[in-house]
Design a binder for this molecule. Sequence first.
Ligand code: 13P
Length: 259
Amino acid sequence: MSSVRKPLVIGNWKMNGLVAASGALTRELGETLRTPEMCEVVLCPPFTALQQVGQLLTGLKIRLGAQNGFPADKGAFTGEVSMAMLRDIGCDYVLVGHSERRQHLSEGDGFVARKVVAAVSHDLTPVLCVGESGEVRAAGESESFVLGQVERGLSMLPVGASFVLAYEPVWAIGTGLAATARDANAMLAAVREWLCEKRGIPRDTFRLLYGGSVGPENIADFTAQNEIDGALVGGASLNAQAFAAVVLGAARGYLCTNK
Ligand code: 13P
């Protein structure tokens, strides 16, 4: 199977932006980014802005993603949004298992695994988020912890299904303390190896991202690493100039490699 490892930058706006502000940010990005041929770009606005942002992205080479989705297709799940609904509104991607949901909404790996399957069955590419806390890191158990999350989160992934995996160490999110590019690469090398060896997934048929305090100043260091195919960006994705610079930097770093 051929490589799918074109660089990918995903902006996760988290719970930020009323409809008007989301529209303004999307318009500004559309003007600033131009056609990002060298890099695939995805925006994940809040649910309330998905429709508008999706409409504004029509004709631009920027794709729409959601920050979360529920595993069941429909029914008595008050307050939830199904993968079918996300597909219906124009999403191509959905974040699954973000550490903020694991932390604040007690989402566990079993639930996350069901979301992965539901996303795939509705033709959405799941972006499985994994990452260790500062305590796990201090205990020297980062790799086994992250590989455990990968194993359980992808335990029901259908053979041949597209997916993306984002390594976001919890201690690096929103702190300004990014992992070093070398450490992130080492973790993602272990993840890629595990997926190839234990799950038999061909090496270059999935993308691995880094997330956690990524900005214009450090993105190229990450994508210049052999195992890092792009980034999941929080804070810097809320500013059009900064996000455009991240996208350019991702493509620049990537050119230094032979992925
Ligand atoms: P920051 O880029 O703000 O650290 O957030 C990372 C993140 O959680 C993206 O999903």
